[in-house]
Structures are given as C-alpha cells and as structure tokens.
Design a protein around this ligand. Structure first.
Ligand SMILES: Cc1cc2nc3c(=O)[nH]c(=O)nc-3n(C[C@H](O)[C@H](O)[C@H](O)COP(=O)(O)O)c2cc1C
Length: 360
C-alpha cells in the first residue's frame, strides 16, 4: 500500500501519527534560556492542531551557542524542567514531542530579528563566538570569533550529549541535531567557513567528523527505541568557491545513519551572505531531500514552501519524502493538519474539546 500524508510512521519503536512535522522555529521568547508560556502555547497549539511531530526550536546546548540572548536553552536541569510540561502536553495531544539541539557557532550573539537581527557586541550583552576558524560571519562589525581548540570541540560534543540526556528527562521522544543554516556544525561541514588543517578540516572525511561525533554521542545517551534526526543544509547555494553541496549531502546521509541517526531533515543555505538562493517557490528544497533519500537510501524530511494539503500528500505518495515539515504555514494556521485531513478526505481524531468545530 502506498503511504500518504496521514499514514503513521514508525521509526525505531516510536510511532508518529502522520507525516506532518512542525518545522523548528526560533521564537526568541525565552528568559535566560528558560521556556515560557509562549512556548507552551506555540508548540501546544500545533499538537492540538493535529501535527504528527512537533519540533521545538533550535535549543542551545550551551549559553554561547544561542543566536540571541532570548533563545531557548537546555544547558541545565532547570531548563529541562521548564520544557517538561510542554513535552508532556504535546504527547497528551497525540503528537510526538521533538526538540532541535543547536549551537549557533559564529552566527551567535545577535539581536532578535525584530530588533534588527544584527550582531550584538560584548558591551551590549553579546559574547565572543566560537567557530572552526577565526573568521567571523560576514556581518557588518561582527563580534570576535575564536577558532576552536580540540578541547573546545570535545566540550561541544559533551554539551550535545548532556543536552540530549536532559531532553530525554524532559520527555522528548525525538532529538534533532541542528547541522544546517550556517550554525556551528554546518560551519565545520562547509569549506566556506572551515579553514582548519587538522583532523576537523580539509577533506570530506575531516569536515564531517564533528557532526558524526556529535550524532554518535547523542545516540549513546538516547534510547534505542527513540529516533535521532539531523537537519542539514543540502547545499550552500555557493558556486564560486569550494562549498557544501548536494553530492556531499547525499554522501553524508548514510554516514549519519551509521553514526546513529534515523532520518535526515534537509533544508538549505545559511552559511554566507553570498549565497545565490534560487527563487524560493513551492517545494524549492525538495530536490535536495530527494537526492539524500534516493542516493543515500535514507529516510528524509522535506521542508520549504510546502503549504497545500495535496502538495504535501504528493511528496509522501510519490516517495519523495518520508516526513513533510511545515514552518511558516503552521505559523499562519496551527490547525492546518486537521484542515488538510478534511480536504484530503481522511478521517482523523479531533481533540474532544474541539469536536463541535469539526467540518460537517
Ligand atoms: C520564525 C522562524 C524561525 C525559524 N527557526 C528555525 C530553527 O530554530 N531551526 C531551524 O532549523 N530552522 C528554523 N527556521 C526555518 C524553518 O524551520 C523552515 O525550514 C523554513 O521556514 C522553510 O519552511 P517553510 O517554507 O515551511 O516556512 C525558522 C523559520 C522561521 C520562519
């Protein structure tokens, strides 16, 4: 039987009720990294709205790994405790609670997008960032970026593993390692940001070493019955210099599975301002996900301008993706999944409190 948008999917022993994944979206609404009521409503309402998997935003594994001071964090038990009721509520609604574990690398220490999103200097509450090389992100007047020592690399691997342990304690069932969008792990993958000449730079094997080690460390603490995802940028969209591209992504997929991941969530871009992004129309990143799925023979999530029920359903039916992640469309409509089921003629369970709102 052909799978469709409303087919459940079992990864390891975790069943996801349908293929709709809420894409991780930073809300810049945490207090000292602690989740607030905003996160509870934001994530909770998409679970009420029928999504199969609800992914909490990029959550920093250490304070200097935050994009902004208002980012969510999971570097202490107190942070996990603040997230626990949210994961519990999401699970109670029948959705799979998931969390993206992140380190912003040289793109850390900025202000929120609605406060201009520019670099935040140390005297304004910003901090020195860390990266594979001491080359800052091409912001105007970026804060200082320091090349990571081997000790820093070991600390980051440990921070991801500790964060995963806390995420598990908080009740999350899926951990996603954020290796996309020009943040720390992507900076190691891409020669655009990685100028190292040690075992973490240069060859494909060396540039992919850190992400593989992080995934292995996360897998070690994450139970066998629960999935680990990795979000990658399928390409840097940069052609005029050595960069990260589709071929390398397809090659990386099976290596990440070998390291302990179960699904690759394929986005793109973010490594440098010079990226030459194509017109970001419907399904614009799907060919990248498809390449990873076909060439690497690994399960993938597709994301990017997926907004219509038929469009999302076709991606699963035509074996182009295993999960379909929606970002901005779910910001517009938390109940998109319930509406999509109606439009596609599929009968899905509604929360009893909302049953009188069901389509007649
Ligand atoms: C407000 C906002 C915040 C985002 N934060 C994250 C994030 O924390 N982690 C991530 O991997 N992507 C993040 N993204 C990217 C989305 O997850 C998604 O990949 C992107 O918006 C494209 O999908 P869409 O066209 O369905 O919105 C963010 C996007 C938006 C709009």
């Amino acid at each position: 039987m052909t799978d469709s948008l409303f087919s459940p999917m079992t990864i390891r022993d975790t069943e996801i009720r349908n293929r709709v994944m809420m894409s991780p979206m930073c809300q810049y609404s945490a207090e000292e990294g602690l989740a607030t009521d905003w996160h509870r409503v934001h994530l909770g309402s998409r679970a009420v709205g029928g999504a199969g998997l609800v992914m909490a935003e990029a959550t920093a594994v250490e304070p200097r790994g935050r994009i902004t001071p208002e980012d969510l964090g999971i570097w202490s038990d107190e942070h996990a405790e603040a997230l626990a009721p949210i994961a519990e509520f999401v699970a109670e609604q029948g959705a799979t609670p998931a969390i993206q574990l992140a380190h912003a690398g040289r793109k850390a220490s900025t202000t929120r997008p609605w406060d201009e999103g520019g670099p935040l200097q140390p005297d304004e509450g910003g901090w020195e960032t860390i990266a594979p090389s001491d080359v800052p992100y091409p912001f105007e007047n970026p804060p200082k970026t320091r090349r990571m020592t081997k000790g820093d690399i070991d600390d980051v691997i440990e921070a991801f593993a500790d964060a995963a342990e806390r995420a598990l304690d908080a009740g999350f069932e899926v951990a996603e390692v954020h290796a996309a969008h020009g943040y720390l792990l992507h900076e190691f993958l891409s020669p655009v940001a990685n100028e190292r000449d040690d075992e973490y730079g240069g060859s494909f094997e060396n540039r992919t070493r850190l992400v593989r080690e992080v995934v292995e460390a996360v897998r070690e603490v994450w139970p066998d019955d629960k999935p680990v995802f990795v979000r990658i940028s399928g390409t840097d969209w940069i052609d005029d210099r050595p960069s990260w591209d589709r071929e390398q992504s397809a090659r990386l997929g099976p290596l990440l599975i070998e390291a302990g991941a179960d699904l690759i969530d394929v986005s793109s871009g973010g490594i440098h301002r010079d990226q030459d992004l194509p017109h970001a129309g419907p399904n614009y990143q799907v060919p990248l996900a498809e390449a990873v799925r076909r060439e690497g023979e690994v399960p993938v999530a597709a994301v990017g301008k997926i907004t219509e029920p038929e469009q999302a359903d076709a991606l699963v039916r035509n074996d182009r993706a295993d999960l379909v992640a929606l970002g901005r469309e779910l910001l517009r409509n938390p109940y998109w999944t319930l509406e999509a089921a109606h439009e596609l003629g599929v009968d899905v369970e509604w929360p009893p409190q909302y049953r009188r709102g069901r389509f007649e």
